[in-house]
Ligand binder design. Structure first.
Ligand code: GLO
Ligand code: MG
Length: 346
């Protein structure tokens, strides 16, 4: 019998990447945006995530009326295809103006650029109809402790959030922490940091978070604990599921690919917190292996979605009464084996 569930899924255009890495060129030809939309729909996904310039390419060269026109045209295409825009995120790590960071750059002109770019991102989100902005604070950190003040940077981040909160009274901001890459140390490495920052803003209720499994693992944390922590604040507004093989470069592997048990525990955490029941999406921030052939281009997304749903079944079928009994008896040895047997199946 097919599993009854409430989950809705999405991915971003960057998740159909061409395979370029710092050591080699693309290995798959670029695909048109329409092709990506078509794939999304065909494979049972419901929404797309956007960077501001995925929605309006070459954003920095365009005027406000142009941006509005292009964003509204995209909205019509999405409506026709029946696809919801889950989030829009300002791409604050690509421009020459963000070499030294965006909101925390040492150059006031660059900080001004970052804020203005973020306002444009908010405008685009409103044109597309979503109220959720994702902030992956990619370059907010420093290579040298002596080059920036961490205290001042925290204040600048709060100031930037306050400016954005004042710019539009309805949007919400989900901070996506990542401890490193492209920086060696980022200023907002974990969910605890993200939610603490939210408390310093003028409107903490409109500042929440997005957890990415790989980012939590890179911070040496268990993503399931990050999920429970964020949900205790009612602030998990989106999630990027994927996997990561230890403290290496950000791998964005298929969900469950490296550690099925860690994936299982993330699904259990999402289930016990009722994630998705307020309309939140399960986003799969996964990338194809560089070896992936063009004809297998969707496999990492399709497989991650399938693994997620199979783990939902596993989470629901887990013998919770037995587990409670073992916990009461402090028999964690048997509990451990109960989980393993359950995951291995008969
Ligand atoms: C990189 C991040 C990135 C963000 C995306 C949305 O490590 O995971 O993919 O999720 O740019 O802001
Ligand atoms: Mg991500």
């Amino acid at each position: 019998m097919a599993l009854k569930h409430h989950y809705k899924f999405c991915f971003g255009p960057w998740n159909l990447s061409e395979g370029q890495d710092p050591y080699g060129p693309p290995v798959r030809p670029p695909q048109a945006f329409d092709w990506k939309l078509e794939q999304l729909k065909k494979h049972g996904f419901d929404a797309m995530m956007f960077h501001d310039d995925d929605a309006v390419p070459e954003l920095d060269t365009k005027t406000e009326p142009q941006i509005r026109k292009e964003a509204k045209a995209l909205k019509r295409r999405l409506d026709d295809a029946g696809i919801w825009p889950e989030i829009v995120a300002p791409r604050l790590w690509f421009s020459p103006m963000t070499i030294d960071g965006a909101y925390t750059s040492n150059d006031p002109k660059c900080r001004k650029y970052a804020i203005e770019r973020s306002f444009k991102c908010i405008d685009i989100a409103r044109h597309l109809g979503t109220d959720l902005i994702v902030l992956w604070l990619a370059r907010e950190g420093t290579y040298l402790r002596e080059a920036k003040s961490g205290r001042r940077s925290t204040e600048l981040l709060v100031e930037a959030l306050d400016r954005m909160l004042a710019y539009d009274k309805t949007v919400r901001f989900a901070i996506e922490p990542k401890p490193n890459e492209p920086m060696d140390h980022a200023y907002v490495p974990t969910i605890g940091h993200a939610l603490a920052l939210a408390q310093l803003t003028s409107q903490p209720r409109r500042v929440g978070c997005l957890i990415e499994s790989a980012h939590a693992i890179l911070a040496g944390l268990d993503p399931a604990d990050e999920i429970d922590f964020a949900c205790a604040f009612g602030k998990l507004w989106s999630i990027h599921l994927n996997d990561q093989n230890g403290l290496k470069f950000d791998q964005d592997k298929p969900f469950g690919s490296n550690n099925l048990r860690v994936a299982f525990n993330q699904v259990c955490a999402l289930e016990r917190n009722g994630y998705g029941k307020q309309g939140e999406y399960v986003a799969l921030d996964v990338h194809p292996f560089r070896t992936t052939r063009v004809e297998h281009w969707m496999a990492h997304l399709v497989n991650s979605r399938r693994t997620f749903l199979r783990l939902v079944e596993k989470a629901r079928a887990f013998d919770k009464a037995k587990a409670r009994q073992l916990v009461a008896n402090r028999d964690y040895q048997a509990l451990d084996q109960l989980v393993l047997e359950h995951l291995m199946g008969r």
